[in-house]
Design a protein around this ligand. Structure first.
Ligand SMILES: [Zn+2]
Length: 72
């Protein structure tokens, strides 16, 4: 594929490209129905890697308090 073709692609085309590519993190072949296809700024990720990252983000920057710890 030519670089200028890639630039001309819209969001939907990029998403379609993702579905035939590999996870940028673990390298598994991505399929929407099995691994999931998550498009991120770093590339396409499988759902596992995507949520791993999401968990790390939550730990680093907690949005809320999922579990209340009753201190004594
Ligand atoms: Zn992955």
């Amino acid at each position: 594929m030519l670089a200028k073709e890639l630039v001309a692609m819209n969001e939907v085309d990029l998403l379609r490209l993702c579905q035939t590519t590999k996870c940028a993190q673990c390298g598994v072949s991505l399929h929407e129905s099995t691994t999931g296809t998550r498009k991120t700024a770093d590339g396409c990720l499988c759902s596992d890697c995507y949520f791993d990252r999401f968990d790390e983000e939550l730990v680093a920057h907690p949005i809320g308090t999922p579990r209340l710890h009753k201190g004594r």
